[in-house]
Design a protein around this ligand. Sequence first.
Ligand code: SF4
Length: 238
Amino acid sequence: MAVWNPWRGCKRCSEGCLHCYIHKGDAKRNVNTNNIVKTKDFEKPIVKLKNGNYKMKSGTVYLCFTSDFLIEEADAWRDDCWKMMKERGDCTFLFLTKRINRFMKCIPDDWGDGYENVVVCCTIENQKNADYKLGIFKDLPIKHKCITAQPLLEDIDIEKYLDGIELVVVGGESDYHARPLDYAWVLNIRKQCVRKNVNFEFRQCGTYFIKDGKQYKLQTKDLMSQARKANINYKTVN
Ligand code: SF4
């Protein structure tokens, strides 16, 4: 597994961005997150060793985790990234986006039905954005589609958008001022995934976690392990 951040910086664009970890980290270091800049790793996938092999190994590459891959400010740079992804057919590139409405403006000329080695995760947090973004996402030419509902902010119904989705990830918010996550919402999405036979993963609890009507405060270090302990992930059956 590798990480490739060709640029950094992002602008808040939806309710889920309120406690964005990039903004929080940058604030501590006095960095202006709204300033979107290329990083020194821009060409990371195609950098070669002296022996001619690629420095970045084959496998899954998490793309653009210090920004949003579809952010407007990066429009002039993205085509070079698509070319690198195409060259590295031995890698699978996965990115999350809160800007799926920009997708068709961002793809390269030879995209066709999508590159086989690109996974796109559409991020949603409430019913309003689910209806708007997943309504667009369902019709887009993408070979591998996932949905990330994190931070999940309310009970949502996404069942009608699950055709062709490979995985739904659900999680809560991690922050001193985090909005609570109700376990009933998590179970409801799981139920929808099981009905549609779509992989489901409960990735992390929220700092404020409600179960059976009672609210608990959890430590950040425990958020993922507590979700794992719930043991409710679902793997598709053929
Ligand atoms: S889109 Fe993602 S990276 Fe950008 S501000 Fe929102 S949460 Fe942060």
